[in-house]
Design a protein around this ligand. Structure first.
Ligand SMILES: *[C@@H]1O[C@H](CO)[C@@H](O)[C@H](O)[C@H]1NC(C)=O
Ligand SMILES: *[C@@H]1O[C@H](CO)[C@@H](O)[C@H](O)[C@H]1NC(C)=O
Ligand SMILES: *[C@@H]1O[C@H](CO)[C@@H](O)[C@H](O)[C@H]1NC(C)=O
Ligand SMILES: *[C@@H]1O[C@H](CO)[C@@H](O)[C@H](O)[C@H]1NC(C)=O
Ligand SMILES: *[C@@H]1O[C@H](CO)[C@@H](O)[C@H](O)[C@H]1NC(C)=O
Ligand SMILES: *[C@@H]1O[C@H](CO)[C@@H](O)[C@H](O)[C@H]1NC(C)=O
Ligand SMILES: CC(=O)N[C@H]1CO[C@H](CO)[C@@H](O)[C@@H]1O
Length: 354
C-alpha cells in the first residue's frame, strides 16, 4: 500500500502554510464499480486535503473518511466509529461483496462494553471539499457529515428505517488528531451519550488494501496534556513503516515518519511479534514516541474493551487506558519523579498472515 501519509499533520501544517483561496469542489461518486483504471492522488493538491482521492473507484481502489470518538471518562468503555467508504470488497476485503461501492459502517460500544454495529449501502455519494475540510452525503443511507467554518465536524445519522440506529449527531470541535467530541445516539432504543476524544482522517489507495500488509497497529489517545497518534505497519517483506504524531496544548511537538520516531509492540498475553492470524488479542501495547530534545514518551496501553473483531481475527478494534512518562534524553533521569500521565485511547490492529 502506498503510504497515504500522515494526513493529520499534513492538515495541521498545511493549514498555516497554504494561503490558497477558498475553493469548493463538489464530487459525485456513483455507487457502481468502475471498470476503468483508477487514478489515486498521493500528493496534497488544491482540490482539498479531505477531498476524494480516487477517480474513479475501480475494483482495486479504496477511499474512506474515518471518524471516531472514545469516551474520556476512564471508567467508561463507550466509543463510536463511523466510516464512509467508497470501495469494493475486493479492494478492502473485510466486507461482504456488495453492488454498491458507497456504503457507511457504524460500530461502537456502550459504556458497559456491549458492542453494536451495522453497514448501510448508499445510492452514490456526494463530497464537497474546500482547502481544509469536507462534507459528505451518502445518498439514501441516512448518513452524512458536515463541516462548519468554526472547524466542527458533525456526523448526522438519520436512519430510523434501520430500526437499530437513529439519533441526532456526533459533533467534532476540530478536524483531526484530537478534538473535543460529543456523541448522542439512540441505538436499538438505548441511549448512548458521552463526551470524548474525537478523531478524523482519511485513507486511500488504487491498490488492494491487503496486498502488502503483514500487520498494522494504529491508534490515538490523550494522556495528561499530550495528544498522540501512532501507526506502525509491517509489510510482507518485513519492512516496518511508522508514523508518529504528538501535540501538547494543541501545539505539534512530534510529526514524523522516520523509523526511529515511534515503535509500537504488543505486551502481556498474546504479545507475539509480529502477530499472526492465530495470535489472540494482546492485553496491551508499549509505545515509545520520540519527542526529540524533550526526550521520549514511554507509554503503556491496556485493553479494557474490544469494540470490534472480524471472524477471521484479522482485525480488532479496542478501547483502553493509556499511561506514560516522559523520559529525558539520556534516559537516566529519575522516572519515579516524573509525573505518570493517564488517559484513554482507541486503537486497532490488523494481522494478515499465518
Ligand atoms: C483553512 O484553514 C486556515 C487556517 O486555519 C484558514 O485561515 C482558512 O480560512 C481555511 N480555509 C477554509 C476554506 O476554510
Ligand atoms: C463493468 O463491467 C461489468 C461486467 O462486464 C458490467 O456488468 C458492469 O455494468 C460494468 N460497469 C460499468 C459501470 O460500466
Ligand atoms: C484500478 O486502477 C489501478 C490504477 O490504475 C490499476 O492498477 C488496477 O489494475 C485497476 N484495477 C482494475 C480491477 O482494473
Ligand atoms: C483502566 O482505568 C480505570 C479507571 O482508572 C481502572 O478502574 C481500570 O482498572 C483500568 N484498567 C486497566 C486494564 O488498566
Ligand atoms: C449494556 O448496555 C446496553 C445499553 O444500555 C444494554 O442494552 C445492555 O443490555 C447492557 N449489557 C449488559 C451486559 O449489561
Ligand atoms: C489471548 O488469546 C486467547 C486466544 O485467542 C484469548 O482467549 C485470550 O482472551 C487472549 N488474552 C487477552 C488478554 O485478550
Ligand atoms: C484510520 C486510519 O487507520 N488512518 C491511517 C491512514 O493511514 C495513515 C498512514 O498511511 C495512518 O497514519 C493513519 O493513521
Amino acid at each position: 500500500m502506498e503510504m497515504a501519509a500522515p494526513l493529520y499533520w499534513l492538515i495541521s501544517s498545511l493549514w498555516t502554510l497554504l494561503a490558497i483561496a477558498s475553493q469548493f469542489h463538489t464530487y459525485h461518486i456513483p455507487s457502481a464499480v468502475s471498470n476503468h483504471s483508477s487514478t489515486a492522488q498521493f500528493t496534497s493538491a488544491a482540490s482539498g486535503l479531505d477531498a476524494p482521492k480516487i477517480h474513479p473507484v475501480n475494483s482495486s481502489a479504496f477511499d474512506w473518511w474515518y471518524f471516531d470518538v472514545v469516551a474520556s471518562d476512564p471508567n467508561s468503555l463507550a466509543s463510536v466509529v463511523a466510516i464512509f467508504y467508497t470501495t469494493t470488497a475486493n479492494a478492502f476485503p473485510f466486507f461482504p461483496p456488495s453492488d454498491s461501492v458507497t456504503f457507511v459502517q457504524i460500530t461502537g460500544t456502550f459504556e458497559n462494553g456491549t458492542t453494536f454495529g451495522t453497514i448501510v449501502n448508499a445510492d452514490g455519494a456526494t463530497v464537497r471539499s474546500d482547502d481544509n475540510a469536507s462534507s459528505g452525503d451518502w445518498h439514501n443511507s441516512g448518513f452524512s457529515w458536515t463541516h462548519t467554518r468554526d472547524s466542527a465536524y458533525t456526523i448526522v445519522i438519520d436512519a430510523p428505517d434501520i430500526g437499530r440506529i437513529c439519533g441526532p449527531s456526533i459533533g467534532w470541535a476540530n478536524a483531526v488528531p484530537d478534538a473535543v467530541a460529543t456523541v448522542q445516539l439512540t441505538v436499538g432504543g438505548a441511549d448512548l451519550a458521552f463526551e470524548g476524544l474525537g478523531y478524523h482522517d482519511k485513507n486511500w489507495s488504487d491498490q488492494i488494501f491487503t496486498a502488502n500488509l503483514k500487520s498494522w497497529y494504529w491508534g490515538h489517545g490523550r494522556l495528561g496534556t499530550y495528544s498522540i497518534v501512532w501507526f506502525d505497519f509491517l509489510a510482507l517483506d518485513g519492512a516496518e513503516y511508522v508514523s508518529a504524531y504528538a501535540s501538547e496544548h494543541g501545539k505539534i511537538i512530534a510529526a514524523s515518519c522516520v523509523p526511529t520516531s515511534i515503535q509500537v509492540r504488543p505486551t502481556g498475553a498474546n504479545s507475539t511479534y509480529p502477530p499472526v492470524r492465530s495470535t489472540g488479542n494482546p492485553s496491551g501495547y508499549h509505545i515509545t514516541l520520540d519527542l526529540s530534545e524533550a526526550g521520549k514518551l514511554e507509554m503503556d496501553v491496556s485493553v479494557t474493551g474490544i469494540a470490534m473483531d472480524n471472524v477471521l481475527s484479522e482485525y480488532t478494534r479496542a478501547v483502553g487506558n493509556i499511561t506514560g512518562t516522559v523520559v529525558a534524553v539520556g534516559g537516566h533521569n529519575n522516572r519515579h519523579a516524573e509525573a505518570v500521565l493517564e488517559g484513554k485511547a482507541l486503537f486497532e490492529q490488523f494481522k494478515m498472515t499465518d
